[in-house]
Design a protein around this ligand. Structure first.
Ligand code: UD1
Ligand code: CA
Length: 491
């Protein structure tokens, strides 16, 4: 643990337009692994225990500010995009003078930057007593980046922007990532930056010369993995960031004891929590505030959002869960859908083509096939037969129903809400239950059966001509029926 002597303020530059995204959404709000790019920068700042986090907004400022609402971030508007130096001034000037501290500059479009890398950089910066530390990387071809030109001591002498670079400088592979750590002089020095360069912009990189003029050396902290500062200029770049981040998240879970079958096909958002000995089958998607406890298995191509799965739960292939809580040892699917407010107790069995919504199913409830259970509580051990529908909607309002424990609901029954079915009641198959059912009672709510003798022979007999080809078995049956009648006459 390093002792943090001075506080840290973080300025995140996020005013740029990102024209090549070709999008109504500001570039920094495009999500990567489930989190807007700029939110990754805010998260990194938080992990460093930053005192103030300033986000400089410009293009789509209102949208960006709305997206980051409630995260304790200070916003600074950059009305015109006059360059990174100008953007920094907008950001740092949003903070009070007397509160000045060390300053870290981040970009809003580099979501791969690891907080641990920044921690190491901060430690290095403070250990050296550096006034200015630059985060640099090395690429075989650093086209597009500002190049790092070192002096004879190995200190950073200059940063040359692509537009201003000579062909010799273009050969340099070490590049400026745009991430800087600076002491509290940065705010005052930045106001001296001019715009006399090929782009006519205020370059934040000019701070380097200003610090050197103060007699301070600039140090470089070099990334071992230059991918960390990769940004995205278009959708293809975004997909690349997504792929790298997804692989990183998957690797983290595998190290922590989670089995991922065909990990390249599995997508887990960063916010998801997974315990040891969970197994994820191919194609699984886990999103939002999802929490999986030990021993859970999630079947192929299931999509789980904002749901909690207790120990030993088995989700079978192609199930979709959102806002559900599934009790220990329950099994769900294949092809099940648990919608928000579904709360399942221990050992609940949900089979194929069962949909639940705002439904509490107590321990041991079984709904094996083809059911809709909405706005309902169902007591322990109740058996929900195939085809059961809780008709909760009258066309305008939703109504709640309460079904007791130990109830047997026969197949293809409709429970017309609002309804109460007492404990240990029995509902005959095919019932339309429109009255409450008392405890222990049997409800039969369907038409009485009548059998009409000889009906089939009369019906098919009228279509005999067409039957030979289409229904040969039935045609022979009809013949036998008629022969039997003649035989009965005695020849
Ligand atoms: C800048 C650096 C360059 C470095 C590169 C790394 C300067 C002069 N150059 O290049 O040395 O290699 O980053 O990617 O700083 N932004 C604003 N307002 C502005 C301009 C930019 O908020 O007026 C933001 C952008 O949204 C972006 C970041 O600053 O997040 C960098 O801007 P960009 O134009 O990509 O930087 P470059 O000038 O290309
Ligand atoms: Ca750039």
């Amino acid at each position: 643990m390093t002792v943090t002597l001075r506080p840290l303020d973080v300025v995140i530059l996020a005013a740029g337009q990102g024209t090549r995204m070709n999008s109504a959404l500001p570039k920094v709000l495009h999500p990567v692994a489930g989190r807007p790019m700029v939110a990754w920068a805010v998260r990194a700042a938080r992990k460093l225990n930053a005192r103030n986090v300033v986000v400089v907004t410009g293009h789509g400022a209102e949208q960006v500010e709305t997206a980051l609402e409630g995260q304790g971030v200070i916003f600074a508007r950059q009305e015109q995009r006059l360059g990174t130096g100008h953007a920094f001034i907008c950001g740092i000037d949003a903070l009070d003078d007397h509160k000045r501290a060390d300053v870290l500059v981040l970009y809003g479009d580099t979501p791969l930057l690891r907080p641990t890398t920044l921690e190491a950089m901060l430690e290095d910066h403070r250990a050296r007593g550096s006034a200015l530390t630059l985060l640099t990387g090395e690429l075989p071809d650093a086209t597009g980046y500002g190049r790092i030109i070192r002096d004879e001591h190995g200190d950073v002498a200059r940063i040359v922007e692509q537009k201003d670079a000579t062909s010799e400088e273009e050969q340099v592979g070490e590049f400026n990532s745009g991430v800087y750590l600076m002491d509290s002089r940065a705010a005052d020095l930045a106001h001296r930056i001019g715009n006399d360069n090929a782009a006519g912009e205020y370059y934040l990189t000019d701070l380097l010369g200003l610090y050197r003029a103060e007699g301070e050396a600039a140090h470089a902290f070099k990334l071992s993995d230059p991918d960390e500062v990769m940004g995205a200029n278009d959708r293809a770049g975004l997909a690349e960031l997504e792929a790298i981040l997804r692989r990183r998240i998957n690797a983290r879970h595998m190290r922590a004891g989670v089995t991922l079958q065909a990990p390249d096909t599995i997508r887990i958002q960063d916010s998801v929590k997974i315990a040891r000995d969970v197994t994820l089958e191919p194609g699984v998607i886990l999103r939002g505030q999802t929490v999986l406890s030990g021993g859970v298995t999630v079947g192929a191509y299931s999509v789980i959002t904002d749901s909690v799965l207790e120990t030993g739960v088995v989700i079978k292939a192609h199930s979709v869960l959102e806002g559900a809580h599934v009790g220990a040892s329950s099994d769900v699917g294949p092809f099940a859908r648990l919608r928000p407010g579904s709360v399942l107790g221990e050992g609940v069995h949900i089979g194929n083509f069962v949909e639940t919504k705002n439904a509490r199913l107590d321990a041991g409830v079984k709904a094996g096939h083809l059911a809709y259970l909405g706005d309902v509580t169902i007591g322990a051990e109740t058996n929900v037969g195939a085809g059961t529908i809780v008709a909760n909607y009258d066309g305008i309002n939703k109504h709640p129903s309460v079904i007791g424990a130990g109830v047997f609901i026969g197949s293809n029954s409709t429970i017309i809400a609002p309804r109460t079915v007492g404990d240990a009641a029995f509902i005959a198959a095919g019932s339309a239950v429109h009255d409450d059912v008392p405890e222990g009672a049997m409800a039969v709510a369907r038409g009485k059966q009548r059998n009409i003798e000889g009906w089939s022979r009369r019906y098919w007999g009228g279509m005999r001509g067409k039957m030979q080809k289409k229904l040969p078995w039935l045609a022979r049956w009809l013949e036998r029926q008629e022969e039997g009648e003649q035989g009965g006459g005695g020849q």
